[in-house]
Design a protein. Structure first.
Length: 155
């Protein structure tokens, strides 16, 4: 039996995406700034025993949190356009909003990461928080957004 090897760089990026969603959620719930949320995230990780999670890619984590915060209204428009008319962005649960905003920012701002990778990664993040239909919603919404922002990747 062969042992599955994980790419340490990919694991660090995946960890950064999860940490970004947690920081964005914290910011929405407590009103803290991006810098405070990032510092809190770093402090929490320093206190936790080393487990299965890779250390987040600090540059990606910072870019995700700051970029998502700076472009929140544009991202909400992208997400809102991908939702049904009877389900506005502000009706989404806060963790779902954080996931969709962060993913939309990455689809918009990081063309070096293939859209399908971004979608898959954020569906995985959704699975970390939800066991119901939410990961499917994340997949559908991000697929719609990706087809708008990166139509060339879906031809």
């Amino acid at each position: 039996m062969t042992e599955k090897k994980t790419n340490p760089t990919a694991a660090r990026r995946a960890s950064a995406r999860l940490a970004a969603v947690q920081a964005l959620y914290q910011m929405e719930m407590t009103g803290t700034s991006p810098d405070e949320a990032l510092k809190d995230s770093q402090d929490r990780r320093a206190e936790e025993p080393r487990g299965r999670m890779a250390e987040p890619d600090a540059a990606l984590l910072g870019n995700l949190v700051r970029g998502t915060t700076e472009e929140a209204s544009l991202l909400d428009e992208l997400v809102g356009n991908a939702l049904t008319a009877d389900w506005p962005v502000d009706r989404l649960e806060a963790v779902l909003r954080a996931i969709l905003r962060s993913a939309a920012w990455e689809l918009k701002a990081r063309p070096q990461t293939p859209a399908r990778v971004v979608i898959s990664q954020y569906v995985d993040v959704a699975h970390a928080f939800y066991s119901g239909p939410e990961p499917g919603l994340v997949n559908a919404v991000l697929d719609r957004i990706a087809k708008v922002l990166r139509p060339g990747e879906f031809q």
